[in-house]
Design a protein around this ligand. Structure first.
Ligand code: 13P
Length: 249
């Protein structure tokens, strides 16, 4: 870990999850083996935030959202505001996920507005960064991450923040970065954050599963995981939580 005290194991359900199956997921969740060592977080689609807020709270799961718009309210048809997420019981909001950067063309200017708006209502951003395969192969990983982290310049270092390093080539592909790549890249991210006056948890994301979670969580500078596919089933999510708890022990 990067000097922090508690791993965060966060599930990003992306555009998956209907009401009945999500309630079955909650039923199937077992107890967190060590709440002092691991915080469990799930970020479901917007439609499930209200119905899951209490069931998740009862199971010790912190609620997060997958995205939001930056305005508080108004004529923005189809958008969700930070205040609505707060009202639904969210603590976290994922911002800057590569799927939003790549598919919805979100860039630094918009992401800075979203970060500020999240902080304004007391949400903790889970800010995602990560390079594409061509960028890694061209030796440009650190430049890309530095450029993505530059949105934090000039922000108040006391405002809560979690960063998630998710190499785009490892997302949904079954390929994970090697422990060496993870340790090296996380070291760079922590260093860059320090240069920006920040110290925060840095999660790893990209094909994390019950089989690789323990070795990934054991990497220097890794403070948790942002999990896509393997967070959709309660048993695999709990196995990842258990792996983090073992590393913390
Ligand atoms: P997978 O775990 O499915 O690769 O997704 C990772 C991710 O994008 C989490 O935000």
């Amino acid at each position: 870990m990067g000097g922090s005290t508690q791993f965060i194991i966060a599930g990003n359900w992306k555009m998956n999850g209907l009401l009945q199956e999500s309630l079955a997921f909650v039923d199937a969740l077992t107890a967190n083996p060590n709440p002092d060592a691991v915080e469990m977080v799930i970020c479901p689609p917007y439609t499930l935030l209200h119905p899951l807020a209490k069931p998740f709270a009862d199971k010790g799961v912190t609620l997060g959202a997958e995205n939001m718009y930056f305005e508080e309210s108004g004529a923005f048809t189809g958008s969700i505001s930070p205040l609505m997420l707060k009202d639904a019981g969210c603590h976290y909001v994922i911002l800057g996920h590569s799927e939003r950067r790549d598919i919805m063309h979100e860039g630094n200017t918009l992401l800075r507005k979203k970060l500020d708006a999240a902080w304004d209502v007391g949400l903790t951003p889970m800010f995602c960064i990560g390079e594409h395969l061509e960028e890694r192969e061209a030796g440009a990983t650190n430049d890309v991450l530095k450029q993505q982290l530059s949105v934090l310049a000039g922000t108040d270092a006391n405002l809560p923040l979690v960063v998630a390093y998710e190499p785009v080539w490892a997302i949904g592909t079954g390929k994970t970065a090697s422990p060496e790549q993870v340790a090296e890249t996380h070291a760079f991210v922590h260093e860059e954050l320090a240069r920006l006056g920040r110290k925060c948890k840095v999660l790893y994301g990209g094909s994390v599963n019950p089989g690789n979670a323990e070795s990934l969580m054991a990497c220097e500078g890794v403070d948790g995981a942002l999990v896509g596919g393997a967070s959709l089933k309660a048993d695999s999510f709990m196995e990842i939580v258990a792996a983090a708890a073992r590393v913390a022990a």
